[in-house]
Design a protein around this ligand. Structure first.
Ligand SMILES: [Zn+2]
Length: 352
């Protein structure tokens, strides 16, 4: 309801400005919304990547463009220290999971290094370009099945992106693939992209792939990995931990992970959420708004509201950063965006 009142106030304020239309409007000063981190001074302020995380970077030959790790039972993970994917070798062919835009074209070569079996299936974890935008390299593989959620397929059919091949096999919620003595369990989740995300579980190898969920050693990417559904993102950790797995890939950066990596990111995410909720719900908004109005008057409701959101964000970051800056890499880079994502959820979706 506050938002409605705000709109009325805004309309009134705009209406009252009409009578002053003859006066030239004040020109804005340096736009504060554009303050960035791309100056050398601002960049030097940031915390270097934690040494424990740096020690786990994969050693990648730039001439090859990717590295490969063997997880046993036919499972191999690929990475270029920016993106990660995987493939499964079976007696009846190879199943590839994602084809990142950055090194997807090298995947057929990577597969050929460890087996002479043909690639028979390509599974999309979700539709984002960075994870499947290298799939065009697979377009001449005869009889290739491309497997994805039906919603992902609908989007790709509409998009007609030549870099993302259209799926040939779709499903709505879950699908088990049995091929050459191996099993792949695909399950729909909704923690990241609008059209759905897959958990990809390889039970014989106890290997789980859940792309854009957890980035081992680091906090999640901006806005909790660009999640369009923070409610589902909060639930995602227990959904991951319900699987029996020894190794995990989240699709990004420098190393694969284990249950421990999922648990620490769960702890971080819950800490952000609970801290933001306590600070937001503990604030006396009426008193705060009145205090701001003493400086700018009551008319600019957008500015008053932004000041409130900024205060909750600032106080939350100030409390959370010391707790986490030495436990996960990238805290000072993305914590403010995580706080803002949690704040939107707390204020508009959550119960008090
Ligand atoms: Zn994504």
């Amino acid at each position: 309801m506050r938002e409605l009142g705000l709109l009325f106030m805004l309309a009134a304020a705009l209406g009252s400005q009409v009578s002053f239309a003859q006066e030239s409007p004040p020109s804005p000063k340096q736009p504060s919304a554009l303050a960035g981190t791309d100056s050398p001074e601002a960049l030097r302020e940031h915390v270097p990547v934690l040494p424990a995380v740096k020690a786990k970077y994969w050693n990648i030959d730039p001439a090859v463009g990717y590295g490969m790790k063997d997880f046993g039972n036919g499972v191999y993970a690929l990475s270029d220290n920016g993106w990660q994917s995987a493939f499964l070798v079976t007696d009846a062919g190879v199943i590839v999971f994602d084809a990142p835009a950055s090194y997807g074209k090298h995947i057929p070569d990577a597969v050929a290094k460890v087996t002479n079996k043909p690639i028979t299936m390509l599974v999309y974890s979700h539709l984002h370009k960075d994870h499947i935008g290298g799939s065009a390299a697979f377009k001449n593989i005869p009889g290739l099945q491309i497997i994805a959620l039906d919603t992902v397929s609908d989007f790709l059919k509409e998009m007609k992106d030549p870099n993302r091949l259209i799926p040939t096999v779709t499903f709505n919620s879950a699908k088990t693939i049995k091929l050459g003595g191996k099993t792949v369990e695909l399950t729909r989740h909704n923690y990241h992209s609008n059209e759905g995300d897959l958990f990809i579980y390889l039970p014989e190898a106890k290997f789980l792939m859940a792309v854009d969920s957890v980035t081992s050693g680091y906090v999640p990417f901006q806005d909790f990995d660009l999640s369009t559904n923070f409610h589902q993102y909060l639930r995602m950790f227990d959904e991951i931990l319900a699987y029996k797995f020894d190794n995990f890939i989240g699709g990004h950066l420098t190393d694969t992970g284990t249950q421990k990596d999922v648990e620490i990111t769960k702890e971080y995410t819950n800490d952000v959420y609970q801290t933001v909720k306590r600070i937001h719900n503990g604030l006396n908004e009426r008193a705060f708004d009145a205090e701001i109005a003493k400086t700018i008057g009551p008319d600019n409701e957008f500015l008053i509201f932004k000041a409130l959101l900024d205060k909750v964000t600032r106080d939350s970051v100030a409390e959370l950063e010391p707790r986490w800056v030495n436990r996960l890499a990238g805290v000072d880079v993305w914590l403010p965006s995580h706080v803002r994502t949690a704040l939107v959820y707390v204020r508009w979706d959550d119960k008090e």
